[in-house]
Structures are given as structure tokens and as C-alpha cells.
Design a protein. Structure first.
Length: 90
């Protein structure tokens, strides 16, 4: 099973964890930094890294309003994921 295909990730929190854990430990990572509100990979990495005790930072380069259902949905997801991050940069 490959977690990546054509630069697309399937949101699968538990299948991706062993691979990420191996990389974080092997590379002696101190801080995990994620970008982009619509990136499954960034949110999964930040979630697992925080669970493992790593420091986490999230940077968002865009703002989503409340003009349509998609923007509202992205805002709800960000609200959920950013509760688990040490620092946010907007």
C-alpha cells in the first residue's frame, strides 16, 4: 500500500502513522511545519507529530470567508486541526 499516488494523498490517519513516525525519528526532527488549509498530508503530519510530542507550526497563506459551503467546511476543518498546533502563522 502506497500512501501517495500522483501527488495526491488519501486522508487515512492510521495507515500513514508508521511511515511518518519512522521518518521523524530517523531524521531527528525537532519541529514539524505544515502549510495550506486544504492539504491532507500537512494536517496528518501535524496531528501525528503533536501526538508524538514534537513541536508543531502551521502557516496559512490564504483566508477563507463564509461565502459558500466549501469555505465554511474548510473553516470548520481548520478550527479542528489548529487546536492541536503549537503556533499558527497567518
Amino acid at each position: 500500500f502506497l500512501p501517495f499516488h500522483d501527488n495526491v494523498t488519501l486522508p487515512n490517519f492510521f495507515v500513514f502513522f508508521p511511515l511518518l513516525r519512522k521518518v521523524l525519528i530517523r531524521e531527528r526532527i525537532d519541529i514539524v511545519h505544515g502549510h495550506q488549509a486544504t492539504s491532507n498530508l500537512a494536517h496528518e503530519c501535524l496531528f501525528h507529530a503533536k501526538t508524538m510530542g514534537f513541536k508543531t507550526v502551521y502557516t496559512d497563506h490564504s483566508l477563507f470567508g463564509f461565502a459558500d459551503a466549501a469555505c465554511i467546511h474548510v473553516n470548520k476543518l481548520l478550527k479542528f486541526f489548529l487546536t492541536n498546533v503549537d503556533h499558527e502563522i497567518c
